[in-house]
Design a protein. Structure first.
Lengths: 199, 537
């Protein structure tokens, strides 16, 4: 078993928190994990990505080869498309529909979605909106993690345990917000996937 | 359960567990997290390991040498270009030798993710004639620290440990082993080798040169250099450091069919290389950075077609390696990846919202129609982003401190209205000496120290400049009438433009300290800075 996940977004959007949950859960299942991230200048409002690799065997490269990602999980729709060359034939795209616009020539939203929908396996959800409804837009990343949970080969138990561990020094409220976000994302994505399967 | 650590953090934990007594460093991507990890470590605090940032890489390395002189184990950490700053002491301490184990950790940045060049520190190691270690993965980075200190103490030489961005900033599960005790103070038996007057230096230099055979022998027998010969003789691969991972990623299950020499210790093990060379029809050298090994091989074997790598174009000459590049070099089909949709636009880094640098640049830009658009000399830091649109304020960015000295040189040539923009920490790192040059000749330059009370770009570390800038400038001889302060805020814009216009008129050295804390500082950090400033005044 080897799963390659690319997380993408804009510096400061919290993709490293998603990565930390995945890593912690994978280690708790005694799996091998490698996670490559971006530090330094490019973090300042620029495009950032993070490669997470989970396997039951030793992992060599810290970087995922092109065409080998099983999942691209993005907290921003244009940043999702930036990593399309990494996607494998049966790979999934899961993204927040909410754009982060800090450039002059940001594309039209509908053109972005059109490009994403060209790929057979995709989930586009308004994670930011869902997170706001739950009570804090910051938990959008956990909504997305929940939405991708069925594609990730880690048990729900270890993912939830990892979320709790990661936020152990925060308030009970923050922990429960994150867990609620995870389940909300999971629920909505399941509805969408079921709908797609029936069509 | 294993601990999940960045390559940098694994190395840092490895150094603590190898009996470290002090780390000395100046922040620089991709090396920063090594020192930060030790600063945050409870264990390091209990062990009283020194962790405070130094003013620059040279002072850091000299302090590390001082600690080593007393017999304790010390480590000095920097990014690749930091070694240029520290190269004076680096070259000379190879001649003097060390006492307590001393490891120089340098993180190279191939592809220049956060740097001005992609220089390869292995050249420096070879130049100084000391051993180099190059871990290939995170566990290796942890384990190799123990060996690095042993090697240093056994040879009485500093050891260079080379990291690269991808290993520094990638996490994996790490197995931690038992910690060994720190050394106790034991001054050198004979101190003359540390006093490099010519008669001692000559003796020491001969000793260093004569150690070469021993160094090669150690490399030859090192577990870190492993040779595996297979029956297939088509291709022999020499994989250095992290490049080994990319090779293995590609050949994976078929590894048994390839002959591979994995290199993680230098000088190169000549015998092992010769064995591989004789065994195979073709040699592919895969190394991150410059073609250091490939060039040496061309020398060993008298330039021939058998050796392939970055020089022959079989691997791209510049830029970071990745699994696809290495797969291609190995002749393994890489597929046809989908392309990025053309609507995706670039998203370069930019100054944070509410950053004081932006207001400063707006002030300078207001005067550009009057003074010309090629007069602003910049420096290293977040404010380097002022070279990009929409600001387009800064014209040059070369190295730490060059803003002031380049502005001075340009005015020596007759340029008028030269402005130098430099950050607070860059100023104390390498700007102060240049300012003294300018003061000495009363050069007509206007220096703006953009003081955000932090080493911002690398993550808002503590700046040694905090609360000291004004007095430093005064002490260096800047005239009090031309040593000004301003606060770069929108509401002060007109006033700031007027201040800068007046100082540009002055035909001597002016310094304007533009003060506004970095927006990324936490409330606690801001409180600490306030307390520090209060304690200094």
């Amino acid at each position: 078993m080897k799963t390659n996940i690319i997380l993408s977004g804009v510096g400061g959007q919290g993709i490293l928190t998603i990565a930390a949950v995945l890593d912690t859960a994978a280690l708790s299942e005694n799996l091998f994990v490698k996670q490559s991230e971006v530090h330094g200048m490019s973090q300042r409002g620029g495009a950032v990505q993070c490669h997470v690799r989970i396997s039951d065997k030793e992992i060599y490269s810290d970087l995922i080869p092109e065409g080998k990602a099983d999942l691209i999980l993005s907290v921003e729709p244009m940043e999702l498309l930036r990593y399309i060359p990494f996607l494998n034939k049966y790979g999934w795209l899961v993204t927040d529909s909410h754009p982060f616009i800090n450039t002059d020539n940001y594309p039209e939203k509908k053109d972005l979605f059109e490009q994403i929908k060209k790929h057979p396996y995709h989930v586009i959800i308004n994670a930011t909106e869902i997170a706001k409804k739950i009570g804090n837009s910051k938990v959008a990343n956990m909504v997305l993690l929940g939405a991708a949970a069925s594609i990730i080969p880690l048990s729900e138990e270890s993912l939830l345990h990892a979320i709790k561990k990661l936020f152990q020094y925060k308030s009970e409220k923050i922990i429960s917000l994150n867990i609620e976000a995870f389940f909300e994302g999971k629920k909505i994505a399941k509805e969408m996937m079921d709908l797609a399967a029936n069509n | 359960m294993k601990s999940l650590l960045l390559g940098n953090e694994a190395l840092a934990q490895g150094s603590i567990d190898a009996g470290l007594s002090g780390v000395y460093a100046y922040p620089g991507t991709p090396s920063t997290e090594i020192t930060e990890y030790i600063q945050r470590s409870k264990l390091a605090k209990e062990l009283k390991i020194h962790t405070t940032w130094s003013v620059n890489e040279k002072t850091a390395m000299e302090s590390a040498l001082g600690m080593s002189y007393t017999g304790l184990r010390a480590m000095v950490v920097m990014k690749h270009v930091g070694l240029n700053v520290a190269s004076d002491v680096f070259m000379n301490m190879a001649v003097s030798g060390i006492n307590g184990g001393l490891v120089v950790v340098v993180a190279d940045d191939p592809s220049m993710h956060s740097s001005q060049n992609e220089q390869d520190s292995r050249f420096y190691g070879k130049f100084a004639m000391i051993p180099i270690l190059e871990p290939s993965n995170q566990q290796d980075a942890y384990d190799i620290m123990h060996y690095a200190f042993d090697l240093s103490e056994e040879l009485k030489l500093p050891v260079l440990l080379r990291m690269v961005t991808r290993l520094s900033h990638s996490r994996a599960g790490i197995e931690i082993r038992e910690r060994r005790a720190q050394n106790v103070m034991q001054l050198p038996h004979d101190t003359s080798r540390f006093a490099l007057i010519p008669m001692n230096a000559k003796k020491q230099f001969d000793k260093l040169v004569n150690k070469k055979t021993l160094l090669i022998e150690l490399s030859e027998n090192s577990n870190h250099n492993s040779l595996k010969l297979s029956e297939d003789r088509d291709i022999g691969i020499i994989a250095c450091g992290i490049a080994y991972n990319y090779v293995m990623e590609n050949i994976g299950d078929d590894a048994a069919y390839y002959s591979i020499l994995k290199i993680s210790q230098y000088p190169l093990p000549k015998k092992k290389i010769k064995k591989l060379y004789k065994h195979c029809h073709k040699i592919l050298v895969v190394e991150e950075g410059y073609p250091v090994v490939e060039e040496l091989l061309h020398n060993y074997f008298d330039e021939n077609d058998k050796i392939k790598g970055r020089l022959t174009g079989d691997v791209p000459r510049t830029g970071e390696l990745n699994p696809n590049i290495v797969g291609h070099s190995l002749g393994i089909f890489q597929g046809h990846p989908k392309s990025i949709p053309s609507i995706v636009s670039p998203r370069p880094p930019q100054l944070c919202e509410g950053c004081g640098h932006t207001d400063l640049f707006n002030t300078i830009n207001e005067l550009i129609p009057e003074i010309g658009n090629k007069n602003v000399f910049g420096d290293i830091g977040c404010y380097a982003l002022g070279a990009l649109p929409p600001l387009n304020t800064i014209n040059t960015l070369i190295d730490m401190g060059a803003s002031i000295t380049m502005a001075k040189g340009a005015t020596d040539a007759g340029l008028e209205n030269a402005i130098a923009v430099i950050g607070d920490s860059t100023f104390t790192h390498s700007g102060m000496t240049g300012l003294l040059d300018a003061v000495f000749e009363n050069s007509p330059i206007t220096v703006i120290i953009s003081d955000n009370s932090a080493i911002a770009m690398t993550g808002a570390q503590e700046s040694s400049a905090v609360g000291r800038l004004y007095n430093i400038c005064l002490g260096l001889g800047v005239h009090p009438e031309h040593l000004k302060k301003m606060v770069p805020l929108k509401k002060n814009h007109d006033e700031n433009v007027e201040l800068l216009r007046n100082e540009l008129k002055y035909k001597g050295v002016s310094v304007i300290i533009s003060e506004r804390p970095c927006v990324r500082l936490s409330r606690d950090q801001k409180e600490e800075i306030k307390a520090k400033i209060a304690s200094l005044s």
